[in-house]
Each structure stands twice: as C-alpha cells, then as structure tokens.
Design a protein. Structure first.
Length: 108
C-alpha cells in the first residue's frame, strides 16, 4: 500500500521574538511530501528508511542549523519542532495502517 506524508511548516512571527524591531518577519508555508511507495513500512528496514526520509524532509522544509544569527537559529528550531511534531503523528498513522494491512494479509 502506497501512502504519502505531507509535512507542512509555518514559521510564525511570534516564535521569532528575538528579532530586532526593524526586521520584517513573514510566515513561510512549506509543504514537503514523503512517499512510501517503494517501502514496506511494516518492516523494520522500511520503517527506518521512512523515518530517515522524514528527517530529510524536515531539513528541506526548515533548512539546516548552519545559521548566521541567533534569530535564524531560533526560527530553524521552531520550524523543526513544529514539523517533527506534525510528521510524528502522520508517520505513526502510516505505520499503523501498514502493519494492519500486513496482519490482514497474513490472516487470509
């Protein structure tokens, strides 16, 4: 069964309270899709590959920690926390569905 996981991030101005008053902050919406089409996420190897893809997607959506300022670091950490929290719930659903389908297939 093929599933996709969408990671959506929004950098909110309220999370960037350390920015100077002159800095302009716009919320940035980013959507990254993680495919499981070629994975068996019910297996240990497939699950590990899926979780690695999620980590890569979070980095694509939020960027790396190689920043030039404290405010950029704070923005990256807020984005990463939000994306990981959202992805964790979606990933658990995808994995549970795959395990359920595997159990049904094995019982036939």
């Amino acid at each position: 069964m093929s599933r996709t996981l969408a990671i959506s991030t929004a950098l909110l101005a309220s999370a960037l309270f350390a920015l100077p008053a002159t800095a302009q902050v716009r919320p940035v919406d980013q959507r990254v899709t993680v495919s499981t089409a070629d994975l068996d996420v019910a297996s240990d190897a497939g699950r590990a590959a899926f979780l690695a893809r999620i980590d890569q997607a979070v980095t694509r959506a939020c960027g790396t920690l190689h920043t030039r300022s404290t405010s950029e670091l704070q923005a990256n950490l807020a984005c990463t926390r939000q994306a990981r929290a959202q992805a964790q719930g979606q990933a658990q659903t995808v994995i549970a569905d795959a395990e359920s389908h595997r159990k049904v297939a094995m019982s036939k």
